[in-house]
Design a binder for this molecule. Structure first.
Ligand code: MG
Length: 199
């Protein structure tokens, strides 16, 4: 099986870290459960300048490396790898965040998983002239059987794969979204992802 796994809020608890950062940087008390918009400027009521500072801070190596692992992520992925499945982590982080992102994976026992940066969200402007390691045309040549994603904004990246099974990791910002078709399933933990992928 070829498997796509998103990084932020699938492998690690990015939004919970942003919730703390919002308090530290701007005195905004937005608990994780209240992050109802994937657009963090909207969830944290930030102006453009604050949002830019927020995203730059959130992508600095010390912050990226501090993100907590979503429970069970690395053990399920390592199980897949040991069964011979082909797993790619495809993140919307810019390529400037590649090294610390790679290091985070290595530190969490995921040395053998591939990592690609793809401009999924069109929000590369927060780090000027960002590069991404994966061009859209290369991405569209990749085939997947299963995907783990949390962001409705990334769903358009699956429309070219009509039989792809998409597991949507339950997060407050996807509670109100409509799934594009019946191949999408809401999941609440890596334990359920393990079960569904194995069935
Ligand atoms: Mg994500």
């Amino acid at each position: 099986m070829k498997i796509y796994v998103d990084f932020d809020d699938c492998l690690c608890e990015t939004a919970r870290a942003f919730s703390k950062l919002g308090m530290e940087m701007f005195g905004r008390n937005v608990p994780y459960e209240d992050i109802r918009f994937f657009e963090l400027d909207k969830s944290f009521r930030l102006n453009d300048e604050q949002f830019e500072q927020f995203m730059i801070r959130g992508h600095q190596p010390d912050v990226l490396l501090s993100y907590e692992e979503t429970p069970g992520a690395s053990s399920v992925i390592n199980e897949w790898l040991s069964c011979g499945h082909d797993v790619s982590v495809i993140t919307g982080r810019p390529f400037s965040a590649y090294e610390p992102s790679r290091e985070w994976l290595d530190r969490h026992g995921l040395e053998h998983v591939k990592l690609f940066c793809l401009n999924k969200y069109g929000r590369d402007s927060f780090i000027k002239n960002s590069d991404f390691s994966l061009e859209p045309e290369d991405y569209y040549r990749m085939k997947f059987d299963l995907a783990v994603e949390d962001s409705p904004k990334a769903f358009p990246f699956f429309t070219h794969l009509p039989s792809l099974r998409v597991l949507v990791f339950d997060r407050p910002w996807n509670w109100d979204c409509t799934f594009p078709n019946e191949n999408y399933t809401r999941v609440f933990s890596w334990e359920s992802i393990r079960r569904i992928a194995g069935s």
